[in-house]
Design a protein around this ligand. Structure first.
Ligand code: F0G
Length: 463
């Protein structure tokens, strides 16, 4: 069933030319990049769906804010504006700007995790997992079973499996669980939302066992939109009210503001209770790693743009258009018989590469195969969210098998139009038609010890 594309709730004032290289050029470029899409130059990419992070188009108000940015080292008015916006939207007592999401993780996680401690999450994103491990801890994913079957169309596939969570806490010992992390939306499971009911239940468990809850809140606005649309009792609440209630369950939050904050750089860390001794520790780490606590690695102009973007990102008309893009693509993929994590999530389409390449095992990285084929097909850059990204067991060095093999087509905010999305669907359809002729995947010839997918070199296994 085809669905109507929700027209952009904006018009375009400034444009950036893009060009499609020839197939021959693309094949040479990707080989020179050792089959790693992160190694490509952006000018060699036609439609860049590598990430929705920091790739957003800012508004006229935000660009005007850039000029108003106050670059004072301490107490800048742009910081005060950001602090006011964050307190207004999230209801937290203390908010700390940082330069991006992983900086918040670096500042916060060592205060709760060390060797022998665990973090349990509905799913850790790659950098989040890395920071749990860098702090000495171990990361356990505990998403609901429904998430593991991309074809099961149920709402809130991003939820924590509450029963398993409680079992894990009892098995590990509550004193050994340093953090429970609720990732909203659940990026690795396909941008799938978490319900308010699930937030409530997980929060009750955190209280019962006295374990702090951190919200990994990169896509809080998209999550709120799904709650309003799909969860009983929320249809008449505003997005802002839903966000306030969602955050009411967290003790802390870490946030990459490069997503729903609709900026190109920025992050935040929040502590519910401004009087908590934790605030002093956060400030101390921030001053050492990021910069003074009223800028945390950001320019005044970045904080100013973010304070404005946070309100644009929670506008319901914007969110309807945004999620509408995913729904439009999802309907087209249904017509083409291409499997993806369904229903669609908030920030992209997660194509089920296991379904497209059932004959390629996880250790030959089917989702990376699809990502590379799409680049060769039409200059589209996506990324693997599967075993290639997951990497190795930090204790044994063995390749981990991911629950999913997704090739993610992340959609930057306010950047691409309906026709661009059509090009992506056409390319996916063309790759699917010849998928059976691609018999083997890739092997890694070199990899760094942490977050290998950004830098690893791959070689095609000969057929
Ligand atoms: N948490 C989640 C859920 C994320 O998706 C990301 C980043 C981070 C934390 C880290 O934030 O990049 O600002 O340091 N995700 C990007 C992505 C990179 O492509 O999904 P960061």
């Amino acid at each position: 069933m085809s669905i109507k594309y929700v027209a952009e709730p904006f018009r375009i004032k400034s444009v950036e030319p893009i060009r499609m290289a020839t197939r021959q050029e693309r094949e040479a470029k990707i080989l020179a990049a050792h089959n790693n899409l992160f190694g490509l130059k952006s000018e060699d990419v036609y439609i860049d769906l590598l990430t929705d992070s920091g790739t957003n188009a800012m508004s006229v108000e935000q660009w005007a804010g850039v000029m108003r940015g106050d670059e004072a080292y301490a107490g800048a008015s742009s910081y005060l504006k950001l602090e006011a916006a964050a307190k207004d939207i999230f209801g937290f007592g203390y908010v700390q700007p940082v330069h991006q999401g992983r900086a918040a993780e670096k500042v916060l996680f060592p205060l709760f995790l060390c060797a022998g401690k665990y973090a349990i999450s509905n799913m850790h994103f790659d950098t989040t997992r890395a920071h749990v491990e860098l702090a000495g801890g171990r990361a356990i994913d505990c998403v609901v079973a429904a998430a593991k079957d991309p074809s099961t169309r149920v709402p809130f596939k991003g939820n924590m499996d509450v029963e398993r969570l409680e079992k894990l806490i009892n098995e590990l010992g509550a004193q050994n669980v340093g953090l429970i992390i609720m990732t909203i939306t659940n990026n690795s499971a396909g941008g799938q939302p978490v319900s308010m009911q699930n937030m409530r239940e997980v929060s009750a468990i955190c209280k019962k066992y006295d374990i702090p809850m951190n919200i990994d809140a990169a896509r809080y606005a998209e999550n709120a939109y799904f709650i309003k649309r799909d969860e009983a009792g929320y249809a008449d609440k505003s997005i802002k009210e839903i966000i306030a209630e969602t955050f009411s369950f967290g003790d802390m939050f870490t946030m990459s503001a490069k997503k729903d904050g609709i900026v190109n750089m920025g992050g935040m860390l929040g502590v519910r209770d401004a009087e908590s001794p934790l605030v002093l520790k956060v400030k101390a780490n921030c001053i050492s790693y990021e910069g003074f606590y009223t800028y945390g690695g950001l320019s005044g102009r970045d904080m100013e743009a973010l304070a404005i973007g946070m309100y644009e990102g929670i506008d319901e008309n914007f969110l309807r258009y945004r999620v509408g893009q995913m729904e439009y693509m999802g309907a087209k993929l249904d017509e083409a018989g291409i499997a993806y994590q369904s229903p669609v999530g908030g920030h992209g389409l997660f194509i089920d590469a296991k379904a497209m390449f059932p004959h390629i095992p996880y250790y030959e990285y089917p989702a990376q195969v699809l990502a590379l084929e799409l680049y060769k097909e039409a200059g589209i850059r996506g990324c693997d969210i599967g075993s290639y990204m997951m990497g190795n067991n930090p204790d044994t060095g063995e390749q981990l098998e991911s629950e999913f093999e997704f090739t993610r087509m992340a959609i930057p905010r306010r950047v691409y139009t309906q026709a661009h999305l059509d090009v992506v669907v056409e390319a996916l359809t063309a790759v699917k038609a010849r998928a059976h002729t691609i018999k083997r995947g890739y092997r890694i010839t070199w990899e760094p010890p942490v977050l290998r997918h950004f830098q690893a070199r791959l070689e095609k296994i000969s057929e």
